[in-house]
Ligand binder design. Structure first.
Ligand SMILES: [Mg+2]
Length: 224
């Protein structure tokens, strides 16, 4: 059994400014911040890292109580913000996932920097949740490589799956590539996020596609 680990934002879907808007609203309504500062780099980060930095930037102590209050309010607001901001499923995604779902020897999971709950909310919003067995989220790790290592340990413990049996990370950022290579997986990168082909190749991706719309080629590469 081969395991495919898909990133969400910039890989399966784009959600416009949903995250920024929801977090700004939470800072205002739950923490009384008048002019929220969101001057942070988003791409490829875990939400554990990102949200703690956002708290700090807005003069809120990033302790456990504040992190939990922040993430709870964010979860509560996200479905509505997803509806307001629009967004879309990226080209080729539904056809690719549908074809992979018919392969008995392929398991599709999500490995994302999103919190596990907000990842589920995003997949639910776009009707993609049923394609995935597990969602591994960025709830606990500052470094995405640690998320990948926990994911690999879970797959070994729960399914007896070793990375050498065939694990592929599919993502849109150098961080996806780095964490995939770190656990010995192959990486397919797509240019549908904030990074171009040159930067994804430089980060060491084994294959780079503009998007997932060449479903035949991508499917063959992922399943061979
Ligand atoms: Mg991404």
């Amino acid at each position: 059994m081969k395991t495919l680990l898909f990133d969400i934002d910039g890989t399966l879907i784009v959600t416009n400014d949903t995250g920024t808007q929801a977090l700004e609203t939470v800072l205002q309504s739950s923490f009384g911040v008048k002019r929220p500062c969101m001057d942070v780099a988003f791409g490829g980060r875990t939400d554990f890292s990102l949200l703690n930095e956002v708290l700090l930037l807005n003069d809120i102590t990033p302790n456990e109580a504040n992190f939990l209050a922040f993430t709870k309010a964010y979860r509560n607001l996200l479905p509505q913000t997803l509806s307001e901001c629009g967004g879309e499923i990226l080209p080729g995604v539904v056809e690719l996932l549908s074809r992979l779902a018919k392969c008995a020897e392929i398991r599709c999971d999500v490995m994302t920097g999103n919190l596990r709950d907000t990842a589920t909310q995003k997949l639910d919003h776009f009707g993609l949740t049923h394609y995935f067995d597990n969602i591994f989220g960025g709830d606990f790790d500052v470094d995405r490589r640690h998320l990948a290592r926990r994911t690999a340990l879970f797959l070994r413990g729960s399914h007896g799956h070793e990375v050498k049996d065939g694990t592929i990370v599919i993502g849109d950022t150098p961080a996806d590539i780095t964490c995939g290579l770190d656990i010995g997986a192959s990486v397919l990168a797509v240019c549908t996020g904030q990074f171009n082909r040159d930067s994804l190749e430089a980060a060491g991706a084994n294959a780079v596609h503009e998007d997932l719309s060449d479903v035949d080629t991508v499917f063959r590469w992922l399943t061979e």
